[in-house]
Design a protein around this ligand. Structure first.
Ligand code: ATP
Ligand code: ATP
Ligand code: MG
Ligand code: MG
Lengths: 258, 258
């Protein structure tokens, strides 16, 4: 069955999209059939893979029950990797979805046919920087959450909030299977004490739940999206590609209870 | 009368809070009585000035008409600078506010008594990383918008969206006086081509609307919030403090039509 993971953190600019796209590309490279769902109206994951943001191409209509989500699946140009792109109008969906019945389960419902078809080994969902209706739908629709965390003070402060929300979603019954897959430290700058302090603090609190792999701050990850390529294609031997491949290996080595 | 400016950009992590807090501190240092309003449920501006996030201390109740906003004003510990702090529960306000009449004008209404009292020369509003109801209230309640823009590709992509939204708010009558105060380039890393390319592209499109001052990427801005101090107090001779003082001088030199 498909392993589904949301990339979520309400703090902005922590590397959610970069991690979603890089992880998806690394999983695909290892022959794992992967679907990336861009749930952010900013549509950064869509442009990071070189796709246009086509009006009507996103999950929007399927959230309202007006279309089949499978019809929005597009090829990425990379073997084993497909994407459901986003569009700016998806921002309006929050208001429309809020007025529907079961408004937190719309994505889970829309994804059911895709899950049943069992075409993919992994589904990754890139969430916007908020805990609004789109992100809540994302968290209610997956098995696991991967929390990218920038090695900065503000990001550290926000961690307690996202952890509390995960617990609430699980305990309220909105998604009883939801678990934290792990926290991945991003934009680590070895030249500063701040980065190391934040990593130490997070490992101190969350121990095993923090991936061993730390993603370094490297301009190559900032450059890749401007060429519409994941890091594995943009600069396959870069520190960044090596780090994300190591993260992928760690992810695959973790037990996945059925 | 009070000059009001929102710090807004739906892209996450571009330096909205850092710019709001640094600008507020620099204006206060120059003797301008300044009020900083933290409109983000993350409450980063609140903790950046060393304040607690007290439940009930935010703009939340005043948005629903249940309290006077002036009662939420707190001292910052710095001369000429006061703050309306935020709280995590402010995230819930979006849903409640959406159900009120005139839901886009709630902040403007709540701020009227403060404007009429004319106690402050500047009001700065720090917005969350989204174009949801809180940010829309922020944009409807001020005269000007200052858009911090990280020197990165994804941030560049999002610029067209925020510009379109500003135009819509002005032309729809939600806020007929709203204008762009300017775009400030942040986290500029002189060692990379990417930063320079993004700055060139933005200056090419927006010309005069881009502040001359460019804020460099410097770890001191990441460290300051962990001490609950603005950069002017944390490291007054730093490159960052010098840059934000230069930005403040530019802002004060710009004509402010009455
Ligand atoms: N390890 C890294 N080193 C350097 N730059 C990075 C790294 N990871 C991401 N970036 C860049 O930092 C910026 C923020 O990353 P990204 O957009 O992936 O974060 P996000 O959490 O998805 O942001 P948002 O909250 O807006 O969705 C982007 O411009 C990206 O290219
Ligand atoms: N010029 C800079 N150099 C280095 N670090 C910076 C700079 N400006 C901000 N930072 C750090 O980068 C991170 C993002 O900045 P900040 O939180 O101010 O952005 P934001 O746009 O307010 O984020 P959000 O979208 O989550 O509200 C913070 O950890 C901050 O301390
Ligand atoms: Mg993103
Ligand atoms: Mg902020």
């Amino acid at each position: 069955s498909t392993r589904s993971i949301a990339l979520a953190n309400q703090k902005g600019g922590v590397g959610k999209t970069t991690t979603a796209v890089s992880l998806a590309a690394c999983l695909a490279e290892r022959g794992k059939r992967t679907l990336l769902l861009d749930l952010d109206p900013q549509a950064n994951a869509t442009s990071a893979l070189g796709l246009e943001k086509l009006s009507g191409g996103s999950v929007y209509k399927a959230l309202l029950g007006g279309a089949r989500l499978a019809d929005s699946i597009r090829p990425s140009g990379y073997d084993n990797l497909e994407i459901i792109p986003s569009e700016v109008d998806l921002a309006v969906a929050e208001v429309d979805v809020a007025r529907t019945e079961n408004y937190l389960q719309r994505l889970r419902l829309a994804l059911m046919p895709i899950h049943d078809a069992n075409q993919y080994e992994f589904l990754l969902v890139d969430c916007p920087p908020s805990l609004g209706i789109l992100t809540m739908n994302g968290l209610a629709a997956v098995d696991r959450v991967l929390v990218p965390l920038q090695c900065e003070y503000f990001a550290l402060e926000g961690l307690a909030v996202i952890m509390r929300v995960l617990k609430q979603i699980k305990e309220s019954g909105a998604n009883p299977v939801l678990d934290l897959e792990g926290i991945v430290m991003t934009m680590f700058d070895g030249r500063t004490n701040l980065s190391q302090q934040v990593v130490n603090e997070v490992r101190g609190h969350f121990g095993e739940k923090v991936f061993q792999t730390v993603i370094p701050r490297t301009v190559r990850l900032g450059e890749a999206p401007s060429f519409g390529k994941p890091i594995t294609a943009y600069d396959t031997h870069s520190q960044a590609a090596v780090a994300y491949r190591a993260l992928t290996a760690e992810l695959l080595a973790q037990p996945w209870p059925s």
